[in-house]
Ligand binder design. Structure first.
Ligand SMILES: [Cu+2]
Length: 527
């Protein structure tokens, strides 16, 4: 039996998630920060191998029906240190413990804490170095999802960090303001490592003056929301057997939807306009976001940053790996709830069960204000023309009967070629630096897939099944392709050529990725 939060008779008592974001010292609560958050947001250099629970602070019974839960935890903004003009960010991958369910301790992983990681926040133009140490007890990687960086800095499966080893990629932030994220990309192990807790937000700021018209005070009126479905066994351990939406019920456990690592948290706010930067960090789940009173909100950004214009809406679909930013006005003091409505997408649950609605965040305003207009134009986005594409590639997804492939090819650790000469291996595309390419992604399977390309932000040209929505007119790095649909995407491969280090493209449903729905490309200097 599955237990969803929306079950009418499902009342759960739970403790605060003690270990989220590193325990008491690092929980950055709403309403107590400046724009960049606490300057000393994390105890950098603390014992990297354990995160002791800090003791129960809140034993209140919580009815998840009403959503009157724990205060929304906000990932702290990670302070950098300056090293010869380079911003250095220290990220320690470590083991921890969390309390998602009452009286149960869940073994988790975290970055600078016991579960999830801090928000890395940078400016366009910054030179940065990520100082990553791995103490999780096995090899991993750390990938900057959506970031335009050289392949050797990308944190894909080739940039393996052994246990107790360090990796220090350096790069310059070259792209517009956006809400990106970071997570492991370990061959065959991505799903488990992400769901055990290795994920965090990566926010880029720039000098687009439009930003000043949005709520932009982190933790006050500008909130990151990391959405994850987590399947827990009866003993409270994270099911790692595949399919976050399945397994829990079958084993007598439960599937919980977490927001920043907590179930149905609450936000009390005196702000009259709120911005949410929402990440779908789930393995398999799609969410149809909206508010319980079906109020109109505006989508202002997608994966790669601001949209050309704000889009008014009442529902917003978000697939695995995708991000959206929304702005919502608080015009009444009546409480309202961000929720996921039953998604129209079929494979939220691999058992074929429909997805129930889930309360995500209960918002309790203490003040209200008049609705305010948003700027008419947000970002100037150069639309890439089909005529600019020098190369067209066909990518056919395969996934029925459990064999997840692209063009019939299943990437696995065994088929992963050695670095020298890998560019000749099966399914490795050679892209010429500076070229614009058109990729036709065809999904003949019965499932949705969320296709992600590293290195670049792309644009969706069109879909075979429907017109594009205004919210799809921005820069994207992940595109959801429906069963039977073909999506055409176009992108230009500027800046970084490296004939021996591949970038990846893959389904961002982490089960599918781990099971082989992945390929690779190298960018080579034009001759
Ligand atoms: Cu997929």
């Amino acid at each position: 039996m599955k237990t969803y939060l929306s079950d009418k008779n499902q009342t759960m008592t739970r403790r605060r998630v003690l270990a989220v974001f590193g325990g008491t010292g690092a929980i950055f609560l709403a309403g107590c920060g400046d724009r960049r958050g606490s300057p000393a947001s994390l105890p950098v250099g603390s014992n990297p191998t354990s995160t002791p629970p800090t003791g129960a602070r809140n034993g209140a019974a919580i009815s998840t029906n009403t959503g009157s839960g724990t205060t929304l935890p906000i990932p702290p903004v990670l302070a950098s240190r300056d090293q010869d003009g380079i911003k250095v960010f220290d990220l320690s991958l470590q083991q921890g413990q969390s309390h998602f369910l009452p009286d149960l301790t869940t073994a988790t992983l975290g970055i600078n804490g016991g579960y999830l990681g801090p928000t890395v926040r940078v400016n366009r133009g910054d030179a940065v170095m990520m100082n990553i140490t791995n103490h999780i007890g096995e090899s991993t990687t750390l990938h900057w999802h959506g970031l335009h960086v050289p392949a050797a800095m990308d944190g894909g499966p080739y940039q393996l960090i052994a246990n107790n080893a360090r990796w220090t990629p350096r790069f310059t932030i070259m792209q517009p303001a956006a809400t990106l994220w970071y997570h492991p990309h370990t061959m065959g192990r991505t799903r488990e490592q992400v769901l055990r807790g290795l994920a965090g937000m990566f926010i880029i700021d720039d000098n687009n003056p439009v930003a000043a018209s949005f709520p932009n005070t982190y933790g006050v009126d500008d909130f990151p929301l990391i959405l994850q479905d987590l399947s827990l066994s009866q003993s409270g351990q994270i099911n790692t057997g595949g399919g976050s939406g399945r397994g829990g019920g079958a084993r007598g456990g439960t599937t919980q939807t977490l927001v920043n690592g907590t179930v149905a948290p609450t936000l009390v706010t005196d702000q009259t306009r709120l911005r949410f930067r929402i990440l779908n960090g789930s393995s398999q789940s799609f969410y149809a976001l909206g508010f319980d009173d079906s109020r109109t909100f505006h989508q202002v950004a997608t994966d790669g940053g601001l949209l050309p214009a704000a889009v008014p809406m009442t529902r917003l679909d978000i697939g695995p790996g995708e991000r959206v930013e929304i702005v919502v006005d608080v015009t009444q003091t009546r409480g309202f709830t961000l929720q996921s409505f039953g998604s129209r997408r079929s494979n939220n649950d691999n058992n074929g069960n429909g997805r129930a609605s889930v309360a995500l965040l209960a918002i309790t305003p203490t003040r209200s204000g008049a609705a305010q207009a948003l700027p008419g134009k947000l970002a100037g986005i150069e639309r890439l023309a089909v005529s600019a594409a020098g190369t067209t590639r066909e990518l056919v997804l395969g996934g029925d009967n459990g064999a997840y492939t692209i063009n019939g090819h299943m990437m696995s650790a065994l088929s992963m070629p050695d670095m020298p000469g890998m560019a000749d291996a099966n399914n490795t595309f050679r892209v010429r630096l500076g070229d614009t390419e058109l990729w036709n992604i065809t999904n003949p399977t019965r499932e949705f897939h969320a296709f992600h390309v590293h290195d670049v932000q792309f644009q969706i040209l069109d879909r075979s099944a429907r017109s594009l929505t205004p919210g799809e007119m921005g820069n994207k790095d992940t595109v959801v392709v429906a069963p039977g649909e073909k999506a055409r995407i176009i992108m230009r491969f500027d800046d970084f050529a490296d004939p021996t280090t591949p970038y990846m493209f893959h389904c961002h449903m982490l089960d599918h990725e781990d099971e082989g729905m992945m390929g690779q490309f190298v960018v080579v200097a034009a001759t």
